[in-house]
Ligand binder design. Sequence first.
Ligand code: ADP
Ligand code: MG
Length: 558
Amino acid sequence: MAIRVLPSEVVSKIAAGEVVERPASVVKELIENSLDAAATQIAVEARSGGVELIKVSDDGAGIPSSELELAFHRYATSKISDLEDLGRILSLGFRGEALPSIAAVADVEILTQTSSDSAGNYICLRKGEVVRREGRARPPGTTVTVSRLFRYFPARLKFLKSTSTENGHIAHLVSQYALAFPEVRFSLLLDGRLSLRTTGDGDLREIVSEIYGPELAQRMLKVERRDGLAEVTGLISPPASARSTRNYLSFFVNRRWVRSPLLARATEEAYRGLLSDGQHPIAVINVSLPAQELDINIHPAKAQVKFCHEQTVFGDVREAIREALAMTPMAARPKAAPFSRDSGRWQSPRMIMDNEPAFAVAQLPVMELPVLRILGQLASTYVIAEGPDGLYLIDQHAAHERILYDRILGQKSRKEVEVQGLLEPIAMELSPREEETLRSNTELLTEFGFTIEPFGNKSYLIRAIPAIMARADIAEIVAMLLDTLVNKESPDRWEDKMAQSLACHGSIRAGQQLSNEEMRELIKQLEQTRQPRTCPHGRSTMIHLSSHRLEKEFGRIS
Ligand code: ADP
Ligand code: MG
C-alpha cells in the first residue's frame, strides 16, 4: 500500500500524545518500522545514550522514491487507510506519526531502496524540513540516522538520565524486540561495543540465551497452550530461578511488546505459592489473538493494549503457565517458609560474629534499648527477652538487618569496607541492560566491596565481595543489586538501597536456630545501633509487652 495522509475522521480517533520521550523511544519506532517492512535483519547503533546518534538499518521493503518525503508528513502512513482498518491492525505502526515526530526534535537522514526502484534515495532533514535529496546506491532496505536528539530542546535534554542509563534503556528495548522476533537477526552496538547479536534462526531459547545467559536459557520451561481464545506460547523460569524485580517479565501481544498489569498478574498468580515475597519470575510470553479481540489504539507509544475479553485472556495465560510449571518437579513441593530458598546460604551465625570488626568506634550509639536478658528463641525466628519493663519479642532477621545496615554504611563512610576475596571467582552472565548498569556503577560497587571483571562475551567474574555477605547465591545477589541500580535516583537513595539489599541478604534468616550466646551477641549489637527498634525498611524489629500490659491482660489490675 502506498503512503497516504490519513483522512481527518481517522486522525481524530488516534490516541495522541508524546511519541519521542527519550532516545529509546526513537529506537523503538525505527525498529517497528523495520519490522513492518518485513526486515529479516535489523542493525541498531547508538552513541552517547542515543543523544549523539541513533542508526537503524534494515533489509526490508524500502520506501519508493516518490513517497519518501511523504513519509515525514504527520499522519502519513502506508499501513491503514480508513476507520475500519483501525479496528483490525496487524502492523506495529499505524498512525504515521513517528518519522515526523522524530524529525521535529533531531536531525534525520534516511537512505532507502526498494527492490523495484532502479537506484536508492537519500534525503536529509533539519527541523523537519528536507534540506537535501540525492540518489545513492544501497542494497534494498532502509537506514535511518537520527543525530543530535533534542538539540534545540535543552529542557528535554536535561530530563534525560546518564548516558549509561539511556544506553541501558536502549539495550533493554532491543532485547525485547529480539525476544518478540526470534526469526529476525538483531544486532546492537552501543558506543562501538557489540551489546547484543542474535542469529535470527527463530529459536526463542537461543535468544533467551543471548540475553539472559545459556544457563538460565537451558532451565527455562516451555509454555504452549493453544486451545483458549488466546494462544499462549513462550518460556518461563522454574521457581528456583526467580529475580527480585518485574523487569524480567516480557509480554508480547500479537508480537507487540506491551506493558500489561493484567498479564503480569496472571503470571504471578500461576506462580503463587512457589515464590517468596518479593520474588518474580522470568518470563517471555507471547499471546496471540484475533485482531478484533484487541484495541491497540489506547496509548501514544502503543505500549499498552486493551483486551475485549480480559478475564478470558487472564485465565488462558494463567493456565498456560500453570501447565508449564506442573511439568517440573519443583512445583510438587511448594515452598513452606518464605526463607527456605535461602537456607544453606547462611553458614553459621558465628561466622559473621567472628568476623566482627572492632565494633562501633566512630559515633556513640544512642542507647534506646534497655538491658535485656535472653529467655530463649521462639519458632527459630524470634528471640524472647526480658527487660526492666516487661517482655520483648525480637525478630532475629530484622534485628540483624539493622545491625548489618548500620555497619555497612558506617564502614562505607569511613572508607573501611571489609572485603573478602574469593579463591574461586564466581562467573555470571549479564543481560545487555545489566552490563550497562554494571558499567555505570562499577565505582559504587567497588566502594561497597565488590570486584567484578569482564570475562569474555557477556560473562563476568566476581572476584571479591563485601565481607558481610555469606557465601551462597552470590551471583543471584549481584544480579539483584544491579536491578536496584537500574533506575537509580539520587545517589543517597541508591547507596541506601544498596546497603538495605546487602543487609537483607547478609543477615540471619527466620528459621535459623541460634544458641544463647548468639542471641546475646545479636541483642548486644542491636543495642548499639542507632535505631534498634526498626529494620532498614522501617518495619519493627521487636514487640514490647510492658509489665503494665501483662498485668492488665492477666486481670491483675484493671
Ligand atoms: P507508521 O509506522 O505509523 O505508518 P511512521 O511515521 O513510522 O508511521 O512511518 C511512515 C511511513 O514510512 C510508514 O507507513 C512506511 O510506509 C514508511 N517507512 C518508515 N520506515 C520504513 C522502513 N524502515 N522501511 C520501509 N518503509 C518505512
Ligand atoms: Mg512507524
